[in-house]
Design a protein. Sequence first.
Length: 318
Amino acid sequence: MAHARTTLRALVVTALAVAISGGTATAAHAEPSSSDITKKIDKASDNLEDITESYNKLKISLKKTISDEKELAASLEPAKKALQAASADVQTMAQTAYMTGQVGTMNMILDGPGNLVDKMSVLDQMSRKRQRQIAQYTATTETFTERQKALQTTQKKQAAEVEELAARKDKIESDLKNLYAMRKAAYGREREKTTSYSGPVPSVSGSAGAAVRYAYGAIGKPYVYGASGPGSYDCSGLTAAAWAAAGKSLPHNAAAQWSAVSHVSKSALAPGDLVFYRGLGHVGIYVGGGQVIDAPHAGTTVKKRSMYIMTPYGYGRP
């Protein structure tokens, strides 16, 4: 019976290698080692995480676009009212000029009582008022038109982002199915078992301490793309949630977090700092002793592990 299980596992591993490589199996080909299979799964996991982080980045962009759209829509009504008022002023001015004629108005003022200096001052004020009315009308018209165009552009951008977000989500879901199938064939299960951490938590002062304590509490919880707790996380969702517990807001995207933090050297690294990897495709939180807590990738759980499991890209302090 044990021999049959071993033979079955060997056949599954061979079939998996063929599926990954896209080739065909022949008797002349040696079976891939378990380390080779693991590397292929890790590579597929990294690729999927890159897609996940681009998904998170697009969600941030969509959130801002929606905010911009609301702001523009709210500003359009006051701009419309201002345009209506300016239009009414210009219309009144035009009607008055048509009925009296500028020359007639000037003659009426010049022939009326008062000295010449006062009369010229009145004419100058009339001219300036008309200039201001025309200038205000022109500016208000341009403002309203620009806001209309900006709103239309933002609405189109929002529609495109919603469509792209749905496409990326479909891509992630499809890739997840393939990855879970690979993991099940290689390891006998799609996902690692979730656990809870009951070990010691280092004493770290200040807001960094709050972030570190939160990260320890997340150990053993599953990786889920787009998640930021409390039951599951992706890599940037974990670091964002940890620092949110410390009162610091970070965007839910590794590259955006890199832009939001102060960069520190390796020698200055302290618990609570963020460690970035894979060209800003992954991030974890440093907890001291050369260790980070991170959400590695789909199929795994939040872990405490060596910060050198991958080559660090850089270090940041929120």
